[in-house]
Design a protein. Structure first.
Lengths: 356, 298
């Protein structure tokens, strides 16, 4: 038994990550792989189709697909979960009531991504599944999910505290002296309130999370590194630049994407297609409108082809394409149809599935 | 679930000094912000376009590799910049708070950097203060901001109010009051909310409008529906009779998407419609074409 495999499905918001994650999960389960798909997507229809509409972190079995479980993470409660897991009880409660904590929590989206990562590690280490497929949080974009554990260690590890105090881990009693320094007094004078001493006090409490989080965050990173990463994209500028960030901004070896999926692709036959000769029973005005329409979508198909080729040439990663469907998939049969019509998807990610 | 948009007749969008362009990620916010700046510049206005959290998308759409804290002139005649927070903080201290030159700057800067990262509202006030400061200068007729999605932007817009409550007195508190009033004044500032006619972006836009109605931090200048398909005016029976598969499928695809878009557009009565642009266009071409849709004197 080789343990639990992980597939991370990442990409910019709106590209269809959740659909791809769900389709892969359905395909894996149908091939006899015990699969858990974890989603955070707020779009309800697909979650409803999987029967995970009302879920929390507790996985539930999907009714129509044997061997498939679904969970929908409650990322809103993520900071609370992290604090309760890693801080001493009294310090944890004090932290959660602190106004500075609220401010940090609101503006640090890595916490959401990190909480999802910890949850993922728990699922993997439970050994209850052969495969865990994670649909990464939309707020975390692509690579932020992978960088989150390190960023969280930085934050709670006292980087800000060191800036104020100059010491690696000051004792609580030294904070008063620190706050009495002329520069810091001047800062408080400028601001009109004794903020810095309060902040130092708060940061010292935050430091209390560090030891617990150190171990946990390393194991989250280990699972991320071992995972197969899928980048879902399309030819629009935002998804394309999110995709490039994987190759330009990640430290070497942090993660190697397995495949880039172009979702909702137009038929490749439309690239550079010439309009057919006029059909005699259709009026000239209608025919012009129809051929002009085909030309427009042909231009769009060429745009996508150029985007696809630029990524392939630059990064040498396998590309998969999922064709555009008239109706977006919202139930199990349409997810099965999506996998069937996709090129280069399951053969890369799920090579051991029996052919159907 | 239709949401009637407020009356947008007065004051006109382009009469304001500060336009903040926001919307869900991936709806073309930067392209729209750049097109607004280009249209105003073509009409003879002196325009500063600023990327609020980064200048990446805005720069691309203005045909510039990289934006910096100091404004640069783009080929289209728009001045463009991004907000570098340490520099903005520095300017804020010197220009607005008039911190004495003799202060032990290095230690002070370090302490304030922690403050900016930690204390509620300080970071947001510094980032928001820069465009408001610029919009108040006689150098510009219009400052256009490429802002983060509204979920994040709200905490920036709310920051002056938060800070007023946090600090009982002093110059920072007075600055915060000034900023709150500048943002809330329809004569000076306006929000341009960009969306596309699809389920999630429209639902989120309606939620944003409700939130702004309950918490009027800034006047809504305009809702923009981006990437709207033109109508394909051919009878469905005729489309069904087309023998060539590609021609018929392209028409069916278009009709399906068009109907879907119109359904979601109906929920946003009164939005300004920007056309979908087909094909191989660079970001610079996209914003240039979109800029021709704006009527600056409207």
């Amino acid at each position: 038994m080789s343990g639990t495999d992980v597939i991370l499905v990442t990409g910019a918001g709106g590209v269809g990550k959740t659909t791809i994650a769900a389709a892969l999960a359905v395909a894996a389960a149908a091939g006899g792989v015990r699969t858990l798909v974890v989603t955070v997507d707020p779009a309800r229809r697909l979650a409803d189709a999987l029967g995970v509409g009302e879920l929390g972190n507790q996985p539930l079995q999907v009714a129509d697909v044997p061997g498939l479980w679904g969970a929908m993470l409650d990322v809103a409660a993520s900071w609370e979960a992290i604090v309760h897991r890693h801080a001493d009880p009294d310090i944890g409660d004090r932290l959660l009531d602190n106004p500075y904590f609220r401010a940090i929590a609101d503006r640090f989206p890595a916490a959401q991504a990190y909480a999802a990562g910890e949850q993922m590690a728990e699922y993997v280490e439970s050994h209850a599944w052969d495969l865990v497929i994670v649909d990464t949080p939309p707020a975390a974009g692509g690579i932020d999910f992978i960088l989150a554990p390190g960023q969280m260690r930085e934050l709670v590890g006292g980087r800000l505290l060191r800036w104020i105090t100059g010491a690696r881990l000051p004792a609580r009693r030294t904070l008063f002296n620190v706050a009495a320094r002329p520069a810091l007094r001047l800062a408080d004078n400028v601001l009109g309130g004794p903020l810095l001493a309060e902040i130092a006090e708060f940061l010292l409490d935050l430091r209390n999370l560090y030891d617990g989080m150190l171990v946990r965050s390393r194991s989250v990173e280990r699972h991320l590194k071992a995972a197969q990463t899928v980048i879902v994209t399309n030819a629009s500028p935002t998804p394309m630049s999110e995709t490039r960030r994987f190759f330009t901004e990640l430290p070497n070896g942090a993660v190697t994407p397995s495949v880039i999926v172009f979702n909702r692709e137009l038929p490749h036959a439309w690239e550079g297609i010439a309009p057919p000769p006029r059909q005699p029973d259709i009026g000239a005005a209608d025919w012009d409108a129809l051929t002009h329409n085909l030309e427009r979508w042909s231009a769009e198909a060429e745009h996508t082809a150029a985007a696809r080729e630029s990524l392939a040439a630059r990064y040498g990663i396998p590309l998969a394409s999922v064709p555009w469907m008239l109706d977006p998939p919202t139930d199990i049969p349409s997810l099965v149809e999506l996998v069937r019509s996709a090129e280069g998807l399951t053969d890369v990610l799920l090579p051991n599935l029996p052919a159907t | 679930m239709g949401a009637r948009l407020p009356q947008l007749a007065f004051p006109a969008v382009f009469e304001r000094r500060l336009l903040i362009v926001s919307g869900k990620g991936g709806v073309g916010k930067s392209a729209v912000a750049a097109s607004v700046a280009l249209a105003a510049a073509q009409a003879g206005k002196r325009v500063l376009a600023m990327g609020m959290v980064d200048g990446l998308g805005l720069g691309l759409h203005l045909g510039v590799e990289e934006l910096h804290h100091d404004p640069i002139r783009t080929t289209a005649g728009v001045m463009a910049a991004t907000i570098d927070r340490p520099r903005a903080l520095d300017e804020y201290l010197k220009l607005q708070l008039r911190v004495p030159k003799a202060a032990p700057t290095k230690q002070l800067t370090k302490a304030l950097a922690v403050l900016v990262e930690t204390a509620p509202a300080i970071r947001e006030v510094v980032s928001m203060g820069k465009p408001i400061y610029e919009a108040g200068l006689p150098d510009w007729d219009l400052v256009v901001i490429d802002a983060p999605p509204l979920g994040q932007l709200i905490s920036y817009l709310r920051a002056p109010v938060t800070l007023e409550g946090l600090l009982p007195r002093g110059i920072v508190q007075r600055q915060a009051t000034f900023m709150r009033r500048f943002l809330a004044s329809p004569m000076r500032s306006g929000l341009v909310l960009v969306t596309i006619p699809e389920e999630l972006p429209i639902v989120e836009t309606i939620q944003s409008l409700d939130q702004l109605a309950n918490e009027p931090l800034i006047d809504l200048a305009l809702v923009v529906a981006n990437r709207v398909l033109p109508e394909l005016d051919v009878d469905p029976n005729v489309i069904g009779s087309v023998e060539n598969d590609d021609l018929r499928l392209a028409a069916m695809r278009h009709q399906t998407l068009f109907a879907h878009q119109q359904y979601w557009l109906d929920a946003l009565d009164g939005a300004k419609v920007l056309p979908n642009l087909f094909g191989l266009l660079t970001p610079g071409e996209v914003s240039a074409r979109l800029s021709s849709v704006w009527n600056v004197s409207e």
